[in-house]
Ligand binder design. Structure first.
Ligand SMILES: Nc1nc2c(c(=O)[nH]1)N[C@H]1C(S)=C(S)[C@@H](COP(=O)(O)OP(=O)(O)OC[C@H]3O[C@@H](n4cnc5c(=O)[nH]c(N)nc54)[C@H](O)[C@@H]3O)O[C@H]1N2
Ligand SMILES: Nc1nc2c(c(=O)[nH]1)N[C@H]1C(S)=C(S)[C@@H](COP(=O)(O)OP(=O)(O)OC[C@H]3O[C@@H](n4cnc5c(=O)[nH]c(N)nc54)[C@H](O)[C@@H]3O)O[C@H]1N2
Ligand code: SF4
Ligand SMILES: [Mo]
Length: 860
C-alpha cells in the first residue's frame, strides 16, 4: 500500500470492507466545491476483505463528485445560514413538545449513520426529549434477526465470524443473494470452496446468480422457510443427530415439531443428507428471511437447528445473520431501534434509572417508542407532529409509500438531514440540513461480524455540510441541553459510548467496549479494526437469566389467501451495482451499465398468460398501488412469483416504483415489513411511441406513460414511452438542431450541437419501428462529431459490437466473452486471461460462469 493512502471503510454494505484511499495531491480548500479525485483500493490488511472489493466499492471514486449535493441549509426553497436553520428546528421542536408532549416528536434514522451520530441521536431522543420515538431503517432490514437473537440468546449477538465461512464444509444461504449483495463474503466463500470443497446450498424462491453457483438450489415457495427448517430439525432429530442437553427447551417441543418441508421430496432429501453429513455448517441469512411476516420465526427456526445440533460457538459452525448497511450493527449497539436503550439495554426500571444516571438527565423516556411502520401511521393520524429524518429515504424505501407520502405531506414539521439535494423524502421537507457524505465523515462503523472499523475523512466538507452529530448537538444546545452534548469531536462521543457499555455488563450483556473509555484522540484516530466479543462471544454461556440458549417453538405461517384479483406474489430486492434509492450509485456511469432499468421479472409461461412481451412494458398493481415496469422474462422466476428491484425513485424514474406496491404488513414480533410477498397482478401497457433522450443535465419529463433515467459518462440517458403527441423535445438544450424524420413510421431523430460544437443532447423516437442501440451515441455526449453519425447513432466505420457490458471494470461485453469461450476458454479464469473480464473486482464472475455454462450446454 502506498504511504500516503488513508485507511477507511467502504460506504456501502455490512461486509465492512477496508479501503486504502489515495486522495489526489492538491488538497481542496475547505468549503470550496471542486473536482475531487481519489484512487480506491481494497485494504490488504483489513480482516473483512483482505484487499478485495466488489463493483460498488471499486467504483466509489465516481460518487464523490459534488453534483447533486445539498450544500447549504434550506428552509423551504430558501438558502439560509446554519443559525437560522438550527433555530428553526429547535423552535419547532420546543413548540411541539410544549403543546403536544414529547411523544409528538419522532426521529427516523439509519444504518448509514456512524456509531457516534447514532449514539447522539439516541441520547437526544431517549434521554432528553424524553420519548423513545426513534426508529431506524434497520427496522426494514434487521429487526427480525434482532428479535430472533433476543429470543434464542437473550441478547442481540451474531455468534460467529467471517472466518467460519472459510472453516465450514457446508454453507446454507437463506434468502440471500450473496453474490450481488455481499459480494466480498461471496468471494471469500468461493475461495474456501476452491480450497476445501465447501458445499453451498441456496434457499430462495428465485434462481439468482448466487443460486446458479450453488451445489443445490431449493426454490421454495415464498415464506416456506419455517416449514422447511422445522422439517429439517425433525429429520435430524429422527436421525439421532440432535442433543438438547444444556438448552432451554419448551415443553412438548419435539413432539409438536411439524415435518412437512413444503418442497419436493428429492430436494428435501438432498438437503437433509448434506446437513446430516457436515457438522461444520454455517447458515447465512438476510432479507429473504427477515423481511417477512414470519421473519422472526424464520430466524429462530434456523437458530433452533444450529443449537439442537451443537453447530454454534466453534470453528465453521454458526447461524449468521448478515447485516445490510455499513453500520446497521453499530446502530443496534447504541439503541437505534425504538424498542431498545443504548448498549443492548432494555426498559426495566433499573435500566432506565441507570441510563438516566449515566446521561445525567431527569427526562429519560419511560418505555419503547413507535416502530417505523407505526411511526408513519402516527404521523398520518396526526399524533406525531415533528419528524426528523436522517440518512434514509423513507418516501422511497418504506412499504406502501403512497401512504408514507400522505403522512409526510400532512406532518407539520419535517426536517431532513441529507447529503443529497433532491431526494424523494427531501421533497417533503420544511427544513433540509446538509450532512457530510462518505469521504467526509469521520467515526466508526460495525460490520456483520461485530468488527468495528474507522471511517476516515478524505476530503474537506463541501459548502456548509456538517457532521450529523454536530447538527444534533447544536439543536440540543438550543433546547437547553448543551452540557450533555458538548462534544468537540467524534472521539469524545466514542469515549462516552464505550464507558456506557459498563452498564451493559451490569445487566449481564456481553457488549463490552469499556477498554476504550479513556482512549486518546490520537489512538482513536489510529484505531485498527477490532471485533468485540471475539470469534465466539457466546461460547461461555448465553445472556439469558439461566445462561442457556432457548429453542423457540415456531409454526409455519398460514399461506396467504390467494385473492383472484391479485393472483401473483410480488417479491422485491436488489441489483448488484445499485445501492438502495440510488442517491449515490445512481451517479456512477460505470455502475449504470449493469442494469439501466428496473425489470419486472416474470416466468415465460406467466408472461404468455398475461400477454407481456420481453422488453415491453407492464403495469404491476397491488391493493396498495400500481407502477409501470420494463418486462424481463426469466425462467429464474417460479410460476406465480414476480420480482422487481427496490432502487428506482421519483427522482430517477416516472414508473418503476417498487414501494408503491407492498402492504404495511409486518412481522408481529419484530415489526419488520414483509417486503417480499405481496399479492399482485400484472397487465401489459402498450405505449403509442417509444424513445430515448440524452441530456447533460437531469430533467423531469412530464405527461409520459413511463420514463427512467440512468447515468452515462457525459450526462443522463432517458428511456421514454408515451401516448399521443411527443412533447419532450422541449427538454433538449439550446443549440443547432439537426433532425431527420420518417412520418410513415413515426420516426424522429434530433441531435443538438452546442455552442462548443459538441453533442449537447439528442432525442430518438419511434411509433412503430425499432430504436438504435444506445451505447455509442450515449458516449458522444459532450464530444465533437458528424451530424450524420449522431443521427444514425453509430459511427460511419462501425466499431465491433461488444454486446451488453458484463465486466464493468474493464468494459468487456457479452460478445467478447462469447468469442473467448468459442476460442477455447473453458473456465472463468480462462475467460479472464483472454478478455480481462472478472479480473478486477470479481463481481461479474457469477455472470461469466452462467454464460460459460449456457454455451457449454448449447454446444453439447
Ligand atoms: N448491490 C447491493 N448490495 C447491497 C444493498 C444494495 O442496495 N445493493 N443493500 C444492502 C442491504 S441494506 C441489505 S439489507 C442487503 C440485502 O441483501 P439480500 O438479502 O441478499 O438482498 P435482497 O435482494 O433484498 O433479498 C435476497 C433474496 O431473498 C429472496 N427471498 C424472497 N422471499 C423469500 C422467502 O420467502 N424465503 C427465502 N428463503 N428467500 C426469499 C429474494 O428472492 C432475494 O433473492 O444487501 C446489502 N448489500
Ligand atoms: N421493496 C423493498 N423496499 C425495501 C427493501 C427491500 O428489500 N424491498 N429493503 C429495505 C432495507 S433492508 C433497507 S436497509 C432500506 C434502505 O433504504 P434507505 O435508507 O431509504 O436508502 P438509501 O438510499 O440508502 O438512503 C440513505 C440516504 O441517506 C443519505 N446519506 C448517506 N450518508 C449520509 C450521512 O452520513 N448523513 C446523512 N444525513 N445522510 C446520508 C443518502 O444520500 C440517501 O439519500 O430499504 C428498505 N426498503
Ligand atoms: S462487499 Fe462491496 S459494497 Fe460491501 S463493503 Fe465490500 S466493497 Fe463495499
Ligand atoms: Mo438493509
Amino acid at each position: 500500500m502506498n504511504k500516503a493512502a488513508i485507511r477507511t471503510t467502504c460506504a456501502y454494505c455490512g461486509v465492512g470492507c477496508g479501503i486504502a484511499a489515495q486522495v489526489a495531491a492538491a488538497p481542496l480548500q475547505a468549503g470550496v466545491p471542486g473536482e475531487r479525485a481519489v484512487t480506491i483500493q481494497g485494504d490488504g490488511q483489513h480482516p473483512a476483505n483482505h484487499g478485495r472489493l466488489c463493483s460498488k466499492g471499486t467504483h466509489l471514486a465516481e460518487t464523490v463528485a459534488l453534483d447533486g449535493r445539498l450544500l447549504s441549509p434550506m428552509i423551504g426553497d430558501q438558502t439560509v445560514g446554519w443559525d437560522a436553520a438550527l433555530d428553526e428546528v429547535a423552535d419547532r421542536m420546543r413548540e411541539t413538545i410544549e403543546t403536544h408532549g414529547p411523544d409528538a416528536v419522532a426521529f427516523y434514522v439509519s444504518g448509514q449513520l456512524l456509531t457516534e451520530d447514532y449514539y447522539v441521536a439516541n441520547k437526544l431522543m431517549k434521554g432528553f426529549i424524553g420519548s423513545a420515538n426513534i426508529d431506524t431503517n434497520s427496522r426494514l432490514c434487521m429487526a427480525s434477526a434482532v428479535a430472533a437473537h433476543n429470543r434464542a440468546f437473550g441478547e442481540d449477538i451474531v455468534p460467529g465470524s467471517y472466518s467460519d465461512l472459510e472453516e465450514a464444509d457446508l454453507i446454507l444461504l437463506v434468502g440471500s443473494n450473496t453474490a450481488w449483495c455481499h459480494p466480498v463474503i461471496w468471494q471469500r466463500m468461493e475461495a474456501a470452496r476452491a480450497a476445501r470443497g465447501t458445499k453451498i446450498v441456496v434457499i430462495d424462491p428465485r434462481r439468482t446468480e448466487t443460486a446458479e453457483q450453488a451445489d443445490l438450489h431449493v426454490a421454495l415457495a415464498p415464506d416456506g422457510d419455517v416449514a422447511l427448517f422445522n422439517a429439517l430439525l425433525a429429520e435430524m432429530h429422527a436421525r439421532g443427530l440432535t442433543d438438547d442437553a444444556g438448552l432451554n427447551v419448551p415443553h412438548g417441543f419435539w413432539a409438536g415439531l411439524p415435518c412437512d418441508p413444503g418442497v419436493p421430496a428429492d430436494q428435501f432429501a438432498a438437503l437433509a443428507d448434506l446437513v446430516a453429513a457436515h457438522p461444520r455448517m454455517v447458515t447465512l441469512f438476510s432479507m429473504g428471511a427477515n423481511q417477512s411476516s414470519s421473519g422472526t420465526d424464520k430466524g429462530n427456526a434456523i437458530t433452533n437447528l444450529h443449537l439442537a445440533m451443537g453447530r454454534i460457538n466453534q470453528p465453521g459452525a454458526a447461524p449468521f445473520s448478515m447485516t445490510g448497511q455499513p453500520n446497521a450493527m453499530g446502530g443496534r449497539e447504541v439503541g437505534g431501534l425504538a424498542n431498545m436503550l443504548a448498549c443492548h439495554l432494555g426498559f426495566s426500571d433499573g435500566e432506565l434509572r441507570d441510563v438516566a444516571g449515566f446521561w445525567n438527565t431527569a427526562n429519560i423516556c419511560s418505555g419503547p417508542g413507535k416502530k417505523a411502520v407505526d411511526m408513519f401511521r402516527a404521523i398520518h393520524d396526526g399524533s406525531i407532529k415533528f419528524l426528523w429524518v436522517m440518512a434514509t429515504n423513507p418516501a422511497a424505501s418504506m412499504p406502501d409509500v403512497g401512504f408514507v407520502r400522505e403522512a409526510l405531506a400532512r406532518c407539520p414539521t419535517v426536517v431532513v438531514s441529507e447529503a443529497i439535494a433532491d431526494t424523494d423524502t427531501g421533497r417533503f421537507a420544511h427544513i433540509r440540513l446538509p450532512a457530510h457524505a462518505w469521504g467526509e465523515k469521520d467515526g466508526t462503523v460495525t460490520n456483520s461480524e461485530r468488527r468495528i472499523s474507522r471511517q476516515r475523512t478524505l476530503f474537506p466538507a463541501p459548502g456548509a455540510a456538517k457532521a450529523d452529530w454536530w447538527i444534533m448537538g447544536q439543536v440540543a444546545a438550543r433546547m437547553g441541553w448543551g452540557d450533555a452534548f458538548a462534544y468537540d469531536r467524534p472521539a469524545a462521543i466514542w469515549r462516552e459510548y464505550a464507558a456506557m457499555t459498563a452498564l451493559a455488563l451490569r445487566y449481564g450483556r456481553r457488549l463490552d467496549l469499556t477498554p476504550y473509555a479513556e482512549i486518546s484522540d490520537a489512538d482513536y484516530d489510529a484505531m485498527a479494526p477490532f471485533q468485540w466479543g471475539g470469534d465466539y462471544p457466546l461460547a461461555d454461556g448465553y445472556s439469558t437469566p439461566d445462561g442457556r440458549a432457548r429453542l423457540v417453538a415456531v409454526r409455519a405461517p398460514m399461506a396467504l389467501a390467494i385473492d383472484p384479483a391479485y393472483p401473483l406474489r410480488l417479491n422485491t430486492g436488489r441489483y448488484r451495482d445499485q445501492w438502495h434509492t440510488m442517491t449515490r450509485t445512481g451517479y456512477a456511469p460505470t455502475l449504470a451499465q449493469h442494469r439501466r432499468e428496473a425489470l419486472l421479472e416474470i416466468h415465460p409461461d406467466d408472461a404468455m398468460l398475461y400477454g407481456l412481451d420481453d422488453g415491453g412494458l407492464a403495469r404491476v398493481a397491488t391493493a396498495n398501488g400500481a407502477s409501470v415496469f420494463r418486462v424481463g422474462v426469466s425462467d429464474g422466476q417460479r410460476r406465480g412469483d414476480i420480482f422487481v428491484p427496490m432502487h428506482w425513485t421519483d427522482v430517477m424514474a416516472g414508473g418503476a416504483r417498487a414501494n408503491l406496491l407492498p402492504a404495511q404488513r409486518v412481522d408481529p414480533v419484530s415489526g419488520q415489513p414483509a417486503f417480499k410477498n405481496t399479492p399482485a397482478k400484472v397487465e401489459p401497457v402498450a405505449p403509442e411511441w417509444r424513445g430515448f433522450l440524452l441530456l447533460k443535465e437531469p430533467a423531469a419529463p412530464e405527461g409520459l406513460l413511463f420514463w427512467s433515467r440512468s447515468r452515462v459518462k457525459g450526462g443522463w440517458l432517458y428511456e421514454l414511452a408515451g401516448m399521443g403527441a411527443v412533447e419532450v423535445a422541449g427538454l433538449l438544450p439550446a443549440g443547432e438542431r439537426l433532425e431527420v424524420a420518417d412520418h410513415v413510421r413515426g420516426m424522429r431523430r434530433i441531435a443538438v450541437r452546442g455552442d462548443d460544437g459538441a453533442l449537447a443532447g439528442a432525442l430518438f423516437v419511434t411509433r412503430e419501428g425499432t430504436l438504435p442501440a444506445r451505447a455509442w451515441i450515449a458516449e458522444q455526449l459532450g464530444a465533437d462529431g458528424e451530424a450524420t453519425e449522431w443521427l444514425a447513432a453509430r459511427p460511419s466505420t462501425p466499431a465491433p459490437d461488444r454486446g451488453a457490458i458484463v465486466c464493468v471494470c474493464h468494459g468487456v461485453g457479452e460478445k467478447d466473452i462469447e468469442e473467448a469461450i468459442c476460442a477455447g476458454a473453458c473456465s472463468v479464469a480462462a475467460i479472464g486471461e483472454e478478455t480481462r473480464a472478472g479480473t478486477n473486482c470479481g463481481s461479474c464472475r457469477p455472470a461469466l460462469a452462467r454464460m460459460l455454462a449456457k454455451m457449454m450446454e448449447a454446444a453439447e
